[in-house]
Design a protein around this ligand. Structure first.
Ligand SMILES: [Zn+2]
Length: 144
């Protein structure tokens, strides 16, 4: 009797965020308006991201959401050639990057539609809304 061959279960996606109460407005704005939202402190003026219900500089809870411009510059990057986690494995090679938003916060993201020989620290970038699922649209960036 031949051994039973178990079907390989599909591998879970590793690129979907956990959407929680403090980050839900960010994900809603990305999905509905293709807008990158940041949080502004009314006590000291600091703008922060990732979302928190208080200012990480002065600890004030007098903060509110504002729409960022979508303009950024490339702070640093790495071209990724190996990643066996889905869906990244089927997108190789890709460029993982930290970009600095015009408003100040630095954000981990990926770059799309940019040739690797075109990459330069400080280059101007613009936001692209990448729909992963009907519920999740993520911010990625491309050359401005
Ligand atoms: Zn503050």
């Amino acid at each position: 009797m031949p051994p039973e061959v178990a079907a390989t279960p599909p591998r879970p996606r590793t690129d979907l965020p956990t959407i929680e109460g403090d980050s839900k407005p960010f994900w809603d704005a990305m999905r509905e308006n293709h807008t990158f939202s940041v949080v502004e402190c009314h006590a000291c003026g600091h703008i922060h991201h990732y979302p928190r219900p208080f200012c990480p500089v002065c600890w004030s809870d007098d903060v509110s959401w504002i729409a960022a411009s979508g303009r950024a510059t490339l702070y640093t990057y790495s071209t990724v050639y190996l990643n066996d986690l889905e869906p990244f494995a089927s997108e190789l090679p890709y460029v993982a990057a930290v970009v600095e938003l015009e408003e100040g916060p630095r954000v981990m993201t990926t770059l799309v539609n940019v040739a690797t020989d075109q990459l330069a620290i400080g280059m101007a970038l613009t936001l692209v809304a990448k729909e992963l699922t009907p519920d999740v649209t993520v911010p990625v960036f491309t050359a401005a």
